[in-house]
Ligand binder design. Structure first.
Ligand SMILES: *Cc1c(COP(=O)(O)O)cnc(C)c1O
Length: 391
């Protein structure tokens, strides 16, 4: 057996996205002890940087030592006790997982479904709250990675708050790719992942809890069901102004990577990063539409960092993705759930959101689609793309 030497790929699926080489270099630095004073200083810097990218003053802001799914689980397991009523606004796969979390915790689930490919309608939340005034928590996904849809987190959080509810907001795919404003929204539990628009290696979950939510966790009647994700215990390790006590061994090198990823995000600035994601999305869209391909989601509800493209009639979508990977080292995503076989999911996340990747994707897709006689317009995509970049 030999060392594992992966082929370098261009990652334009739903995540992981291309990791910035600066981050890979950071992760290769020497491992120190997880209670080493230098490491504790790094932990404090990471907390401050996370507050900046989440746009929050919440003291309880930290990365959980597990992927985005752990952020979801931590939000539910800390805030919900058996018998608590939770409205889950579901418009894709990840909303479905939220509902499953509620049921497993013995919560009372009120499931409000939206058609796949559409944003959550704030009016639907209004009427659900009117029918269920005893609701404790409202949960939804800001950027649904399964459908490429962005919902109006500001409006949804405002409605939930006016009804006296706590909110859980999944920002795994939105953080750094489009605006996340935890304090501006008044959101209570918000989590993300490192492998989407932060362009870091997978495996960590940035997480933040409002003071209001932290108080709910501290005054629970029953213990948090998960020992590992119990914020009352995790804070003994990550907490401010106290002696750090061993809870678990932090993934030291993974945190070097997150620190570098957050530095990169702050160096670029949040608004410029959102604008970059928007511009590369516009260029990809111009090229794909010139080719004759269409977008699945209505324009005003699209995520710039995740593009759902309808697969042309008669095309074997799996074979196209296999050719892109084999011939061009380019990964794009398949449809999930009810969208399997109907759409491709093309990610332009973080470091992968660059003009050279848009160019590669358009030209490689044109090449393999032409190869299988798909009904596309040839030779026009790059010019359409250029009309966006040149403008
Ligand atoms: C990717 C993703 C998750 C899960 O994150 P993992 O790191 O894969 O556990 C959760 N929610 C959304 C919206 C995602 O896109």
């Amino acid at each position: 057996m030999n060392s594992f030497m992966p082929t370098p790929r261009t990652l334009m699926g739903p995540g992981p996205s291309d990791v910035n080489p600066r981050i890979l270099t950071a992760m290769a630095r020497p491992t120190v002890g997880h209670l080493d004073p230098e490491f504790i200083r790094l932990m404090d810097e990471i907390k401050g940087l996370l507050q900046q990218v989440f746009q929050t003053q919440n003291p309880l802001t930290l990365p959980l030592s597990a992927p985005g799914s752990a952020g979801m689980e931590a939000s539910f397991v800390n805030l919900i006790e058996p018998g608590d009523k939770v409205i889950v606004l579901k418009n894709g796969v990840f909303g479905g997982r939220m509902a499953e979390n509620v049921e497993r915790l013995g919560g009372v689930l009120v499931l409000e479904e939206t058609d796949w490919g559409r944003a959550i309608d704030p009016m639907q939340l209004e009427s659900a709250l009117a029918a269920h005034p005893d609701t404790k928590v409202v949960a939804f996904v800001h950027a649904e990675t399964s459908t490429g849809v962005k919902s109006d987190a500001q409006a949804l959080c405002a409605i939930a708050k006016a009804a006296g509810c706590l909110t859980i907001v999944d920002c795994v795919t939105s953080l750094v790719g489009c605006e996340v404003d935890v304090d501006g929204w008044g959101a209570d539990a918000v989590y993300s992942g490192t492998q989407k628009c932060l362009s870091c290696a997978p495996g960590l979950s940035p997480f933040t809890l409002s003071d209001r939510a932290a108080e709910v966790v501290q005054t629970r009647k029953t213990p948090v069901q998960s020992w590992f994700l119990d914020m009352n215990l995790v804070m003994g390790y990550w907490g401010q102004g106290q002696t750090r006590a061993y809870h678990h061994t932090a993934p030291v090198n993974a945190l070097y990577g997150l620190h570098e990823a957050l530095l990169i995000a702050v160096e670029e600035g949040l608004a410029p990063a959102w604008a970059r994601h928007e511009r590369n999305h516009e260029a990809l869209k111009a090229g794909l539409e010139a080719m004759g391909l269409s977008f699945f989601v209505p324009e005003s509800e699209r995520l710039p960092q995740l593009n759902l493209v309808t697969i042309p009639e008669g095309v074997d979508e799996g074979s196209i993705r296999r050719q892109l990977l084999a011939d061009y080292n380019l990964e794009i995503g398949a449809g999930l759930g009810s969208l399997a076989g109907k759409v491709w999911r093309i990610g332009l996340m973080g470091y992968a959101s660059r003009p050279e990747n848009v160019l590669l994707c358009l030209s490689a897709l044109e090449a393999v689609l032409s190869n299988c006689q798909a009904p596309i317009e040839r030779g026009v995509a790059i010019e359409a793309m250029q009309s966006v970049y040149g403008a």
